[in-house]
Design a protein around this ligand. Structure first.
Ligand code: HEC
Ligand code: HEC
Ligand code: HEC
Ligand code: HEC
Length: 155
């Protein structure tokens, strides 16, 4: 370089640059806020909330009052104790969904597991609910294993 100096911007030019940067930054913040706003509105629709307690219905013997909050505490973060991963025959729309959305009273192909089989086998000796209850009872705790201890809610 002939005089060994790089040209310095004038104050005017500098403030010009800053204003451009400011404008770009403001635009970026606005776009970000817009995205976050949309996420806030859409959030509750996409992420389901876990019920505190539900009555699982279908059996004419009676519905099953299921304390979701209590059971959730029992498994900690192992939600997949009950909520299995998505399967190809009928894919999940969310990480956790109501079982009976897919497991209907009568399973229609390609589904083969009906509502009953989703919860327990024909004699209610095995299944996600019963397996754990049997273990709990063996350990001296009280958890329902008989038909009439679970199917209690009339109407
Ligand atoms: C002991 C079994 C069990 C465990 C463990 C469990 N859930 Fe559930 N959950 C269920 C059942 C059964 C239903 C269906 C309730 C219904 O049909 O209304 C359900 C429903 C839900 C729903 C509502 C879905 C909807 O579309 O309405 C959410 C969300 C959920 N569970 C989240 C969780 C999370 C998160 C965990 C772990 C921290 C968890 N669950 C652990 C059995 C369980
Ligand atoms: C989005 C649909 C969907 C939801 C919701 C769903 N399942 Fe399933 N489930 C399936 C599919 C698909 C299969 C595999 C095909 C079949 O067995 O019918 C399956 C299979 C099963 C089986 C058979 C054994 C196995 O793992 O292959 C059990 C038991 C079961 N589900 C229990 C449950 C329970 C309990 C819930 C609720 C906590 C639940 N499912 C929620 C779709 C679903
Ligand atoms: C990880 C082990 C485990 C699993 C899985 C499980 N339970 Fe339980 N359940 C228990 C225990 C432990 C108790 C006793 C809790 C108490 O007395 O405080 C219980 C109690 C109950 C009761 C008695 C009323 C109450 O809330 O105390 C019902 C009804 C019940 N469970 C239904 C179910 C159903 C339906 C499923 C399957 C969707 C299920 N449970 C899965 C451990 C489990
Ligand atoms: C640990 C609790 C538990 C026990 C014990 C239990 N069930 Fe169930 N059972 C359920 C749940 C939860 C469902 C799903 C809700 C429904 O379909 O009624 C179910 C579903 C059923 C269904 C299917 C109803 C339908 O929707 O088509 C039948 C039939 C049934 N049970 C019979 C029995 C019989 C008979 C026994 C005793 C030999 C028994 N159950 C013991 C929890 C239990």
């Amino acid at each position: 370089m002939p005089d060994g100096r790089t040209p310095q911007p004038t104050r005017l030019e500098m403030s010009g640059w800053q204003n451009e940067e400011d404008a770009a930054m403001k635009k970026a913040i606005f776009v970000l806020a817009l995205i976050m706003g949309v996420a806030l509105v859409a959030g509750p629709v996409m992420a389901q909330t876990a019920p505190t307690s539900v009555v699982l219905k279908g059996n004419p013997m009676g519905g099953v009052k299921f304390d979701h909050a209590k059971h959730q505490k029992l498994v900690g973060d192992k939600c997949d104790t009950c909520h299995h991963a998505s399967k190809p025959e009928k894919a999940m729309k969310a990480k956790q969904e109501k079982c009976q959305t897919c497991h209907e009273k009568t399973a229609t192909a390609p589904m083969k597991t009906n509502a009953k089989a989703a919860f327990h086998d024909a004699m209610a000796k095995k299944g996600i609910c019963i397996d754990c209850h049997v273990k709990e009872v063996a350990a001296g705790k009280k958890a329902p294993t008989k038909c009439t201890e679970c199917h209690t809610v009339k109407g």
